[in-house]
Design a protein around this ligand. Structure first.
Ligand SMILES: Cc1ncc(COP(=O)(O)O)c(C=O)c1O
Length: 464
């Protein structure tokens, strides 16, 4: 079938974006990593130029916005950005976001967007299999990891307490509690707040010296809470903690949860991508037994923001947790496909999954695995280079995240100097009850060994 929009138009789109993308990429790589600007400066710039009374040509606004973005942001796609899991992005994923915006498919109902819905399903099915999930597992793209984690809490509650959905927490005989380590992501504190569990429902389990959850402490806390009349229902294991990149003992957690009839949610927002690497996937052993999983495409899968994923083994529980019936939505889908507005927190849904689909199709599974393994190797180079330069490494992650310090270091002052000199972007973190240390994560597939050696060498110039 021949279309008015054919291959020549696709080529044009590709060529135009490829050229701009290459220009932006080189502009960023050769420019500063960190902006120096105050809120007042940005606000007064905007106020003085944009009162929206008179139209401005699109060319002019685009040029102005590009200039603002260039000057006034931490460049997370810079090869010397060693930050908070925000990736460099592939050309394919940028084109995908443009296509998504142009066609603006509405994914809430299957009938409205059969192509988009099935592309997402196909992509998620591929990753679900990598996690060792069965073909009938349920998966959905989310706005990010926080939404996916919230979905994990909601589904776990729905299964443990069938009356929760209709009659609320107040109808329960015992107060529900859930368990995570002190290194778990703080989106769970918000989830506890939003679901009505209350933040005190969170139980912080001790960690070992590698910042991994201590299963004996977990067992002790669950037993104690049960004895006190509380109702434990969920354990959260993290695969790649935000602070230290630690991977909780997932297989042990899975055994424990099976024995104790608790839901296991694995937050693999960043580390989940390791599942596609033959060299790294063994670090996630046990994830296949999780009841639900969070994994973000907009972290280690290197696609633009707004792409989380939620996987759940129990399609029936997801359907119950997010059920909705209205007269105004298109009628129920025929056949096996579910309408996404009935299987997730979202209603109207953007075509989030296209960026992962397009990038995966272009690079292939092995290309993607190579991107991930390259960054892991760069993490090792960084770890070794820091040690050689006299830094003390304080974490042991197999993933490319290094936490480090040295005698007499004032992390805040060090980072201020690092950023002021545009050497790199790094951050500080407090692990366990320790003092703040420096944290550097390789998040860009563009970071080279030379970038790392240069950064570590320049860092030596600002140490106490
Ligand atoms: C381990 C972990 N889980 C969840 C999240 C939240 O993900 P998002 O920012 O995509 O909502 C993060 C964010 O960095 C994270 O590190």
């Amino acid at each position: 079938m021949q279309h008015a929009i054919g291959i020549s138009s696709s080529n044009m789109l590709l060529n135009e974006i490829r050229d701009t993308f290459a220009e932006v990429e080189s502009d960023i790589a050769n420019g500063p990593v960190v902006p120096h600007v105050t809120p007042d400066e940005v606000r007064s710039y905007l106020t003085s130029r944009y009162d929206f009374r008179k139209p401005v040509t699109l060319e002019k606004v685009i040029a102005d916005v590009q200039q603002m973005l260039h000057k006034w942001q931490v460049h997370v796609t810079h090869p010397r950005y060693f930050g908070l899991f925000n990736p460099s992005v592939t050309l394919a994923s940028v084109i995908a976001d443009t296509l998504t915006a142009m066609y603006n498919p509405q994914l809430a109902a299957w009938r409205t967007s059969p192509a988009a819905n099935e592309i997402e399903r196909h992509t998620l099915g591929w990753l679900a299999e990598k996690f060792g999930y069965p073909a009938n597992a349920m998966a959905t793209f989310t706005s990010g990891g926080a939404e996916a984690n919230l979905s994990g809490v909601i589904t776990a509650l729905t299964r443990a307490f069938p009356e929760y959905g209709e009659r609320g927490l107040q109808s329960l005989a015992a107060a529900p509690t859930f368990y995570l380590s002190g290194e778990a992501h703080h989106s769970f504190n918000k989830a506890a707040h939003m679901t009505g569990l209350g933040r005190q429902a969170l139980r912080t389990v001790a960690t070992d010296r590698d910042f991994r959850m201590n299963v004996a402490d977990l067992a002790r806390r669950v037993a104690e809470d049960r004895k006190s009349g509380l109702a434990p229902f969920l354990v959260v294991g993290t695969a790649g903690t935000t602070g230290a990149g630690a991977i909780d003992p997932l297989a042990d957690l899975a055994d424990f949860c099976r024995r104790e009839k608790l839901w296991l949610h694995v937050d693999a927002a960043w580390g989940g991508a390791a599942a596609i690497s033959p060299a790294l996937r063994h670090h996630l052993k046990g994830i296949e037994a999780a009841d639900s999983i969070t994994c973000d495409a907009h972290k280690w899968f290197s696609v633009p923001m707004g792409a989380g994923m939620f996987f759940c083994r129990h399609a029936d529980v997801v359907a119950e947790a997010f059920r909705a019936e209205t007269s105004y939505m298109p009628g129920k889908t025929l056949g096996p496909a579910a309408d996404p507005y009935t299987t997730s927190v979202q209603w109207s849904r953007r075509f989030i999954g296209l960026k992962l689909f397009l990038a995966l199709a272009e690079h292939g599974e092995s290309g993607y695995a190579e991107m991930i393994e390259h960054q892991t190797r760069m993490g090792e180079v960084l770890r070794e280079a820091l040690k050689d330069a006299g830094w003390q490494i304080v974490n042991t992650s197999p993933l490319p995240l290094v936490c480090f310090t040295r005698q007499g270091l004032d992390p805040a002052a060090f980072l201020a100097a690092l950023h002021e000199r545009q050497i790199a972007w790094m951050s500080q973190v407090r692990l366990g009850a320790g003092e703040p240390v420096l944290r550097a994560c390789v998040t860009s597939f563009r970071t080279t060994e030379q970038d790392i050696r240069q950064v570590v060498s320049e860092m030596s110039g600002i140490v106490p």
